[in-house]
Write a protein that binds this ligand. Structure first.
Ligand code: C2E
Ligand code: MG
Ligand code: MG
Length: 433
């Protein structure tokens, strides 16, 4: 394999450099730090512009970095687009922060890669020497952990390692390990939160919400495991299990003679990497003998718009099969009106944060009202979520919103409870609010 960056110390060599640096620092009463650097969008550059452009970019970056570092700093490459700077002769963390700032400044200017202006935001994690018996490997590991924290905060910045990050990383690892078993053991439970027509509070649908019944930790909310499932590629299995259970439930209600009840299931964009990814979803509906017309898939606005080109073909196929598509947490992203018209979507769900504030924040009220009227003009259903009081419901009535969902009307609940509270022989009961 060719090395686009000859002359840069590699992983082993870099590690060799760390221990003496730590020792010297200690002896002289100075500090040393490892700065772990990762390019935020290198894969994208390689994928879209090709490896030659990627290599050229790395070369320019390294040259620029060298110019920004001090004589006492060592630059090494850990592989791929990951670099490390061992900074010595520091008085304290503030000096390490300055080194990080200098590095980030380098990356704020565009690089000219074969005639293209490329920006390469970086994430940097800093670990200071501390512990007398901390070895080089541990220091780099801590810097790596801090880098990942910088990246998960959006990138383009630096973070110092903090011991809590280890605890968080451990907790995530544990969840990841247990999650793999949970898929096979069928530990996912689906709760259903009713949606009601705003005008007469009749039950018009439910949203399926995943819970994980962990054998030791009890019920785990989706916010604690969906992101891990997304990052580890387990989301297809988890999401598939939730969809299957929801479809099974839909058919069971039909067999009991209850009127058809639309079910909304949340979908991660990671479940739609390409057009064919909709096939296993459609297969689940078919295998459970469910009615696709009763299924709505919810995708959050931000992730939908960030991946729109990638997911449109799959969304079209799902629409063609009769499945509805809702844009979840709408209002927080940056959809353009012109664009929305072209998307194969059926429903907008106004984000809870706007509903929460409609009574005392004029901006939120204006946004909610605008979404409602815009949705109507585009021929879309509009659902408001997070209704917690009568005032918010009155606001929705005044503005002609179709549907409402929220703790005021009903919380998410197991299917059996939903039947007990809202099933009335061969009909669904209204809410009372
Ligand atoms: P979401 O799709 O926006 O779901 C609505 C969330 O708001 C639910 O939280 C629900 O319990 C909560 N909620 C509903 N009404 C109220 C209210 O009046 N006040 C307040 N404060 N909260 C209310 P939950 O069940 O914890 O779900 C959180 C998020 O997790 C969901 O947000 C969804 O994005 C994600 N999620 C849940 N299940 C799945 C799943 O099966 N697959 C995927 N990919 N994501 C899921
Ligand atoms: Mg949702
Ligand atoms: Mg939502």
């Amino acid at each position: 394999t060719r090395d686009p960056l000859p002359g840069l110390p590699h992983r082993a060599l870099t590690l060799d450099r760390v221990s003496p640096a730590l020792k010297t620092a200690r002896r002289r009463g100075r500090r040393a730090a490892a700065l772990y650097i990762d390019l935020d969008r290198f894969k994208q550059v390689n994928d879209t512009l090709g490896h030659d452009v990627g290599d050229a970019l790395l070369k320019m970056l390294v040259a620029a970095l060298r110019g920004a570092l001090r004589a006492t700093d060592t630059l090494g490459r850990l592989g791929g687009d990951e670099f490390v700077v061992i900074a010595e002769e520091l008085d304290g963390p503030q000096d390490a922060a300055r080194v990080a700032e200098n590095i980030l400044n380098v990356a704020r200017r565009p690089f000219d890669a074969e005639g293209r202006a490329l920006f390469t935001p970086l994430s940097i994690g800093i670990a200071m020497d501390g512990d007398p018996d901390e070895d080089a490997a541990a220091l780099l590991r801590h810097a790596d952990t801090a880098m990942q924290a910088a990246k998960s905060g959006g990138g383009g910045t630096y973070r110092f390692f903090m011991p809590e990050m280890n605890a968080e990383a451990m907790a995530r690892l544990e969840i990841e390990r247990d999650l793999r078993k949970a898929v096979d053991a069928g530990q996912f439970v689906v709760h259903y939160q009713p949606k009601f027509a705003v005008d007469d509070l009749r039950l018009v649908g439910v949203e399926a919400l995943a819970r994980w019944r962990h054998p030791e930790k009890g019920m785990i909310p989706p916010g604690d495991f969906i992101p891990v499932a997304e990052q580890t590629g387990l989301i297809a299995a988890v999401g598939g299990a939730v969809l299957r259970e929801a479809m099974r439930q839909s058919v069971e209600w039909r067999r009991r003679g209850l009127p058809p009840l639309p079910i909304a299931v949340n979908l991660s964009v990671r479940q739609l990497p390409d057009e064919t990814a909709c096939l296993p979803l459609l297969a689940v509906i078919e295998q459970e003998e469910a009615d696709p017309a009763l299924l709505e898939l919810e995708i959050t606005e931000t992730t939908m718009m960030d991946n729109i080109r990638q997911i449109i073909p799959a969304l079209r196929r799902l629409r063609d099969a009769g499945v509805s598509i809702a844009v979840d947490d709408f209002g927080t992203g940056h959809s353009s009106l012109a664009y929305l018209r072209k998307l194969p979507i059926t429903t907008l769900k106004i984000d809870r944060s706007f509903i929460n504030d409609v009574e005392d924040d004029a901006d939120s009220a204006a946004i909610a009202a605008t979404i409602i009227s815009m949705g109507r003009q585009l021929g879309l259903h509009v659902v408001a979520e997070g209704i917690e009081n009568i005032g918010q419901l009155a606001f929705l009535r005044r503005h002609g919103c179709d549907m409402a969902q929220g703790f005021l009307l009903a919380r998410p609940m197991p299917a059996a409870e939903l039947e007990a509270r809202f099933g009335d022989g061969a009909a669904w009961r209204r809410a009372d609010a």
